[in-house]
Write a protein that binds this ligand. Structure first.
Ligand code: IMP
Ligand code: MG
Length: 174
């Protein structure tokens, strides 16, 4: 198992993203929408990082989308198993996602939220499996672009239900 991003790499990148997001949302009161389950650790780190940098008025909500079950191949038909409870009409939304792979999950979430009339909608994906993309989706903020198409685990991402608590990000498959 190969470590792709150490805790130091992750911390540094989260702080960089937080810098950009804090300046992009200055004067606004955005809603960060975490896509569960994978994003919960990233969202917690990002939220505290932007707060420390001065973006203190951030609301948070979560959405659970399922498209994998326990396998590693997307069925390309995401469904919502838990929806947000915030009224998002007129709000500045930032979707916070752990990883973008085929693109189907993010396309689905963006479409769903857009229909509810937010003032703005942007997306952060911490990891990008660019070589696996099947449909184009706009992603304004990216943490790291993966080389190759490994199955990754750690920092919120699971390898068959477990491993989300692993502090660094490792490749489980080549
Ligand atoms: P997509 O719909 O194919 O873009 O898949 C995106 C979702 O699949 C992400 O939200 C993750 O939950 C999950 N996913 C994709 N690749 C990985 C991986 O390597 N490790 C863990 N989860 C992954
Ligand atoms: Mg996910």
């Amino acid at each position: 198992m190969k470590t792709l991003y150490s805790t130091t790499d992750i911390e540094k990148r989260v702080l960089e993203l937080a810098d950009t997001i804090t300046s992009d949302y200055r004067g606004k009161k955005p809603v960060f929408i975490g896509v569960l389950k994978g994003s919960f650790i990233l969202l917690a780190d990002l939220l505290r990082a932007v707060y420390t940098k001065g973006l203190t008025e951030v609301a948070v909500d979560f959405l659970t989308v399922s498209s994998y079950g326990l396998g590693t191949e997307s069925n390309r038909k995401p469904t919502v198993t838990h929806d947000v409870t915030t009224d998002i009409a007129g709000k500045d939304l930032l979707i916070v996602e752990d990883i973008v792979d085929t693109g189907y999950t993010l396309q689905f979430v963006q479409q769903l939220l857009k229909e509810r009339g937010p003032h703005s909608l942007k997306t952060l994906a911490f990891l990008d499996k660019i070589e696996r993309r099947e449909i184009e989706v706009p992603v304004e903020y990216i943490g790291f672009r993966l080389v190759g198409t490994p199955w990754v685990e750690g920092y919120g991402l699971d390898g068959g239900a477990f491993g989300r608590g692993r502090p660094e990000i490792v490749a489980k498959t080549p």
